[in-house]
Ligand binder design. Structure first.
Ligand code: GAL
Length: 712
């Protein structure tokens, strides 16, 4: 077989006097290869997450191994593993964790290290996922729960196949301090590792294979795609009820409320039990909220206070160091999991709590356990740090699965293998532009990110932020400190209301797109480079030195402020202070989402949308299924009408997903895909048709109307 040949060839590669040890490759799924270098550690990212491939991976096409075999190497030196993958001249790289400031990663040096984001793309981030995808249409994943050094096209070996040309700085203005490099190199601080290669043919195919390999993407409950408000930290039960009521009285949608640290009797470290002065009767409170169709999400960080009811029981299974004096459960030990999550079950989930916000699992060196910490399972501080968020998420899932109820929550740390976990990343940073770049980057690495809204200096900023959070995986105001409400800025309260209702109206579209993420691995929110026909505006590129140094190309040509939302939408936000912006439309005709008017064809347009609108464009033939602007997501079994919007002039199609929206019955096949077809009749007029539901038990849609947005 081809892979065996690669194996043999790698065995004979010799570099710099050090024999390159072989990477032992084997095909593990169509277009997915596993390579083994040295002796991989017993604990890695896939072991931590327990991810297993989604069925659809098997249905993907067979593809050739994407590299020339003699250009990939893995060696073990000094107890560490060096990996080297080739880079071509005009190749661009994406991924390498949740970066906030650039989408293009070629030329970067990073250490992928779990941390809160400190304002610099240096690898310390909430999801330091060791996966990258290339514009050439392949992906690489290093399965190591370690701090991994990445040289993404920076190092130059003297035996490089395509070395940089030597230049004389005295006379040559094109001399560069960052010479051309023809490889990605990674240093894994362990005497061996697994590494996976994902074929394309397109970069999106490689991302899909990576997501499917890791279990597929998240399928949230329908209510998870509604609106969520996090209330002030020390709110009492009555204040929470009043807050929920004010949403319905004012006509703003609301599906779940987040309670921040004050629901617990102590926090930082926590007790994981209700504070009885603020919540005297938690069961009655949760029930009353559920009757209002409002679910509850509870903030926790997993560090255990001496006052926690299970403190004594869990302490044999905690690490050597504390976090804010709280003990750190070793979630790889079944006993620790049972004690910790048993408390959440008994005290909260059993009375109807719908989810959690798992905070502070990313860390900060000055309060998290240090790398010298030890854990009773034998894992090191470093391994635990890289995977703690993943372990916390993984072990929370059964709380809900056992009740056959889906959850959708928040987490501040994730990593590879958690692709299907129903959690969205967030942080304390608040730069709006960078939040959007993070949203784009999340789509390359199999995680979800919310550009949460907290407060703003001006009504303009509030509205601009709001416009982006409704085009994201979680539409949320996090008012834990500010106490803001959607209507807090009266000048824009009406626009904010319209946007939140738009979010509700688009639920059939977002829900179907998340189903595609789950079943097919296609990220809902993703960068333009994954879109066919997308080209950067070459006129804005710096020509100088591009041949020699693609790093320069990366930083001058990247577009990091527009993204795709689902199959058909292109979202191009504006930020406070802007009145107009450029939008790069990929090849093909594009139409205004709000009016259906033609917007452009494979060109760069400049738009001045006014403060009320976030520019959104629909591809020709695009179909957007919408529902009425309800204040809560439809319940299981509840039928809503469907308005199918059709954009552009050509025939099109859509696959509408449906299931009960709340349970795991879809895992037993209780779901439906209905095919929507837009065809031209004899007179050239567009006509739409939709398949009837295939299953009696799965029918969320009632009356269907068509709206041809472009044809007048
Ligand atoms: C922070 C978190 C915030 C909020 C706060 C409450 O760590 O990022 O979103 O939950 O804690 O104390």
């Amino acid at each position: 077989m081809f892979y065996r040949l690669i194996n043999l060839l790698l065995l004979v590669a010799v570099w710099n006097g050090v024999a390159a040890q072989s990477i032992r490759w084997s095909a593990v799924a169509p277009g997915v290869w596993k390579g083994v270098v040295g002796r991989p550690e017993a604990y890695d990212l896939l072991k931590a997450s327990g991810a297993t491939p989604a069925p659809a991976l098997k249905t993907m096409s067979e593809q050739p191994f994407p590299f020339s075999e003699d250009e990939v190497s893995g060696t073990v030196t000094d107890g560490k593993t060096n990996l080297r993958f080739p880079l071509e001249k005009d190749e661009q790289l994406f991924g390498f964790g949740l970066n906030f400031q650039t989408v293009h990663q070629r030329g970067k040096i990073l250490q992928l290290h779990m941390d809160h984001y400190g304002g610099k793309d240096n690898g310390r981030t909430h999801a330091p996922v060791p996966f990258y995808v290339s514009s050439k249409g392949y992906g690489v994943f290093v399965n190591a729960a370690r701090y991994i050094n990445v040289y993404a096209g920076t190092g130059v070996r003297k035996d490089s196949k395509y070395p940089p040309v030597e230049k004389d700085r005295n006379t040559d203005k094109s001399w560069s301090s960052r010479p051309y490099s023809d490889a990605v190199e990674l240093l894994v601080p362990a005497p061996g590792t697994e590494v996976y290669v994902f074929a394309g043919p397109t970069a999106l195919d490689a991302v899909r294979r990576y997501n499917l390999f890791n279990g597929g993407g998240v399928l949230p409950p329908r209510w998870g795609l509604g609106f969520t408000q996090r209330v002030r930290s020390l709110f009492k039960a009555d204040e929470v009820k009043q807050e929920a009521d004010s949403f319905s009285v004012k006509g703003y949608p609301l599906d779940f409320i987040g309670l921040e640290p004050g629901w617990q009797s102590r926090s930082y470290p926590g007790t994981f039990e209700w504070d009885k002065s603020r919540y005297p009767d938690p069961a009655a409170f949760v029930k009353e909220m559920l009757n209002k169709q409002i679910r509850l999400n509870l903030w926790i960080n997993p560090y255990v206070s001496k006052s926690a009811p299970f403190y004594k029981a869990i302490t044999p299974y905690t690490g050597s160091h504390t976090v804010w004096t709280g003990e750190v459960p070793d979630f790889t030990i079944p006993k620790a999991r049972d004690i910790f999550f048993g408390q959440l079950k008994k005290d909260q989930v059993d009375i109807g709590v719908s989810g959690y916000k798992i905070d502070e699992v990313d860390g900060y060196d000055y309060y998290l356990w240090p790398d010298v910490a030890t854990f009773p399972s034998g894992l090191s501080g470093e391994q635990m740090r890289q995977t703690y968020g993943v372990l916390a998420m993984k072990n929370s899932i059964d709380l809900f699965k056992n009740k056959n109820q889906r959850t959708y929550g928040l987490v501040r740390a994730s990593n590879a293998g958690a692709n299907s976990y129903p959690y969205v990343l967030y942080n304390d940073y608040y730069n709006h532009e960078d939040f959007i770049t993070a949203l784009i980057n999340s789509g390359y690495i199999g995680v979800l990110w919310t550009p949460e809204v907290r407060a703003s200096k001006t009504a303009e900023e509030w509205l601009r932020r709001f416009q982006t959070v409704v085009f994201s995986p979680m539409a949320m105001i996090n008012a834990w400190s500010s106490g803001t409400k959607p209507w807090s800025y009266p000048e824009v309260a009406a626009q904010v209301k319209e946007l939140s209702l738009l979010r509700m109206r688009m639920m059939p579209y977002w829900y179907s797109e998340f189903a595609k993420y789950h079943f097919e691995g296609t990220p809902v929110f993703r960068g333009m480079s994954l879109e066919p026909g997308y080209q950067v505006n070459s006129s804005s590129a710096v020509k100088n030195n591009l041949e020699d140094n693609p790093y320069l190309e990366a930083v001058t040509r990247e577009v990091k402020d527009q993204y795709m939302g689902g199959e058909y939408l292109l979202v191009a936000p504006l930020f406070a202070g802007q009145t107009s912006r450029k939008v790069v439309l990929p090849k093909g005709r594009w139409y205004d989402f709000y009016t259906g008017a033609f917007a452009g064809d494979g060109e760069v347009i400049t738009v001045t949308p006014g403060l009320d609108k976030i520019p959104v464009y629909v591809k020709d033939g695009g179909v957007i299924p919408m529902m009425p602007p309800l204040l809560h997501a439809p319940r299981a079994g509840e039928k809503v009408d469907l308005e199918i919007r059709v954009y552009g002039e050509k025939a099109g199609s859509y696959r509408l997903y449906d299931d009960d929206g709340e349970t795991f019955d879809y895992e037993k096949g209780n779901y439906d895909w209905r095919s929507i077809r837009i065809e031209k009749d004899a007179s050239g007029k567009l006509k739409g048709s939709i398949e009837p539901p295939h299953k009696k038990a799965v029918q969320s849609y009632g009356k269907i109307t068509w709206k041809f947005m472009t044809e007048k």
